[in-house]
Design a protein around this ligand. Structure first.
Ligand code: ADP
Ligand code: MG
Length: 269
């Protein structure tokens, strides 16, 4: 597609604009229920954006829109300068083919509250699976990287374990390694520690901190205020399908401006 049909600023890759994610006026409805009412959000390359908000505010839906698991009704989402799910031509949007969507999705890793590992595969097999099946990587190379990734998330001695033989925290660390195996340029975390016993939360947050330090661009939906304060470059507070407030996490947490943010923080702090 000719680049001339699209404003040049809009297609600038992250390397030029510095932006990994650009969401503009994103609207999403399920039937008559309007869940996202015009979300604007920007995440710079290498930054950690923490997304907070009460249950039902649209956080998961928004994350799912970023990798086109949900189709948006209006607006634009760009990842690394590339429009997600659509091609813009003559001012109109045309939906991408499934293959093209799949290619976009491959560069975006996602980690859910529930770990969703394949129960009949070992930790190592879980991490190798997508690179070999989806990317057609040679098995030896995929295995080598998987071993390095599992070691990195502190599971060098558990590679042969099945998910049922791992704690929740260990399973979630395998899920992170599995997402990283696809070498994503963006990682989306949807309440990655919410399903964990309290004593297992820290080991997963530590892995995420390590990733952040390494320069991974991340959007993290979390109620872990300590993580947001320590690791977040930006904090976005959503309620009722809109961004109510955003800014530097330390500032927003210490001095929230809106009543809804104050009420929410009072509950989770
Ligand atoms: P959050 O992650 O902030 O808790 P969600 O994005 O999961 O919020 O949900 C926002 C709203 O959208 C809720 O009212 C939820 O019931 C609704 N919703 C989410 N997914 C669907 C769906 N597939 N069909 C219909 N309604 C949905
Ligand atoms: Mg959710």
């Amino acid at each position: 597609m000719s680049e001339l049909t699209v404003p040049s600023q809009a297609t600038a890759p992250a390397a030029e604009s510095g932006l990994m994610v650009q969401a503009e006026q994103v609207h999403k409805s399920f039937g008559h229920l309007e869940v996202l009412k015009g979300i604007d959000l920007e995440v710079r390359s290498g930054e950690v954006c923490c997304l907070l908000g009460p249950s039902g505010s649209g956080k998961s839906t928004f994350l799912r829109c970023i990798n086109h698991l949900e189709k948006i009704n209006a607006g634009r989402i760009r990842v690394d300068g590339e429009l997600i799910g659509y091609r813009e031509h003559g001012g109109k949007l045309h939906e991408l083919r499934q293959k093209e969507v799949a290619a976009q999705r491959r560069s975006i890793g996602m980690v859910f509250q529930r770990f969703n590992l394949f129960p009949h595969m070992t930790a190592l097999e879980n991490v190798i699976e997508a690179p070999v099946r989806v990317k057609r990587e040679p098995k030896a190379a995929a295995r080598e990287r998987a071993e390095a990734l599992l070691a990195r998330v502190g599971l060098g001695d558990k590679m042969g374990n099945y998910p049922g033989q791992l704690s929740g925290g260990q399973q979630q660390r395998v899920a992170i390694a599995r997402a990283l195996a696809m070498q994503p340029k963006l990682m989306l975390f949807d309440e990655p520690t919410s399903a964990l016993d309290p004593e297992l939360v820290g080991e997963v947050l530590d892995v995420m901190k390590d990733l952040a330090r390494d320069g991974m661009t991340m959007i993290v939906v979390t109620h872990e205020i300590g993580f947001a304060r320590e690791v977040g470059d930006s904090l976005v507070f959503m309620d009722g399908g809109v961004v109510v407030e955003q800014g530097n996490p330390r500032e927003v947490i210490a001095n929230p401006q809106h009543d809804r943010t104050k009420a929410f923080l009072a509950k989770v702090l």
